[in-house]
Design a protein around this ligand. Structure first.
Ligand SMILES: C[S@@+](CC[C@H](N)C(=O)[O-])C[C@H]1O[C@@H](n2cnc3c(N)ncnc32)[C@H](O)[C@@H]1O
Length: 348
């Protein structure tokens, strides 16, 4: 159970299931933290949002959910927080202790090792929660669950969450070459038929950077979450989408990305960033779901459908995604080009 002494973990890792152990082990290595720190869109957005709100942080108790190397805790301490509590289950927190000491923040930042759900905080309530919890396709990793747990247990009435708004977007994508390369490879592997791999390959969304020019439809915001009010059950959702084709082309898949917004002082423009192909690079890149059909499209055609997203039953950090779509072609050959289909995906 809960122990919060300096060197012990409140959670016994050996008692976690294999998926959880694997998840937290992945954050033990410095490399993943290096990638996140070097993502300047990500890290500077947090810093700028904290700086922009330094009047709000002044003399406040702040909780950093999943503090990693302690970067967000130090931003908060540097910009006025009375005390910051950083919590992390991974061994990277031992490095955070050294860094916090080295940078002179050990009296302002308390670091606790363990799952946020198991630790005992030195304050019964906190004024502000900061957390960088976002995964690929926003919800992969399910870390938002932990932030909502922290909000409901520790945040004072009217307290702030950084960031507090996020949304998932979708558009149509031309990607014929890569899609056919990825699928046709299995037809002939050193002279052997490897096609049993094809359904598995189709089922897996691809996380990669996409050239914005390959997007050939309008964009659609599918869902928005307000972290001040969102419930755990809202993270298991089915949402409609509709986009309009902008040029004669092929749609081979859909591309998804997310946007993030931080609270702002009254009258100020909030700090925000996008992980879309139109925006500067982030380590989240974009997520591509190839469709069963390659849709031959003309300007004005409509792609509409529904996207369902649920935590996977076996490992709730994975996501089950279903996209059902109806492609409504327009013009003389509308009947031949129109399609209706449904694809399932597993993000793991
Ligand atoms: C995306 S990293 C962010 C690290 C750091 N805040 C930063 O911005 O560089 C998320 C961190 O949260 C930790 N984490 C995830 N779920 C947690 C939980 N339930 N309890 C404690 N730590 C958790 C992970 O170990 C990981 O170090």
């Amino acid at each position: 159970m809960s122990k919060t002494t300096r060197d012990e973990s409140a959670t016994d890792k050996k008692e976690l299931n294999q998926f959880e152990q694997h998840y937290f082990t992945s954050y033990d290595h410095y490399g993943i933290h290096e990638e996140m720190l070097q993502d300047t869109v990500r890290t500077l957005s947090y810093r700028n949002a904290i700086m922009q709100n330094k009047d709000m942080f002044k003399d406040k108790v702040v909780l950093d959910v999943g503090c990693g190397t302690g970067i967000l805790s130090m931003f908060a301490a540097k910009h006025g927080a009375k005390h910051v509590i950083g919590v992390d289950m991974s061994s990277i927190i031992e490095m955070a202790r050294k860094i916090v000491d080295l940078n002179g923040f050990s009296d302002k930042i308390t670091l606790l090792r363990g799952k946020l759900e198991d630790v005992v905080l030195p304050f019964p309530k906190v004024d502000i929660i900061i957390s960088e919890w976002m995964g690929y396709f926003l919800l992969y990793e399910s870390m938002l669950d932990t932030v909502l747990y922290a909000r409901d247990k520790y945040l004072v009435e009217g307290g702030l969450i950084f960031p507090d708004k996020c949304s998932i977007h979708i558009a149509g994508l031309e990607d014929s070459e890569y899609k056919s390369e990825k699928l046709s490879y299995w037809q002939d592997v050193y002279g052997f038929d490897y096609t049993p791999f094809v359904p598995i390959v189709k089922e897996e969304p691809i996380v990669d950077t996409v050239d914005n020019n390959a997007i050939n439809t309008t964009k659609c915001k599918m869902i928005e979450f307000d972290l001040n009010t969102v419930k755990l059950s809202d993270l298991d959702f089915k949402v409609p989408f509709e986009v309009e084709v902008k040029r004669q082309d092929w749609i081979n898949g859909v591309i998804c990305w997310f946007d993030i917004v931080f609270p702002a002082p009254k009258g100020k423009k909030p700090i925000e960033f996008s992980t879309g192909a139109h925006a500067p690079y982030t380590h989240w890149k974009q997520t591509v779901f190839y469709l069963e059909d390659d849709l031959e499209c003309e300007k004005g055609d409509i792609l509409r459908g529904e996207l369902t997203c649920s935590p996977n039953k076996r490992n709730n950090r994975d996501l089950d995604v279903k996209i059902s779509y109806e492609f409504e072609a327009r013009g003389v050959d509308a009947k031949e080009r129109s399609r209706k289909n449904e694809n399932v995906y597993l993000m793991h």
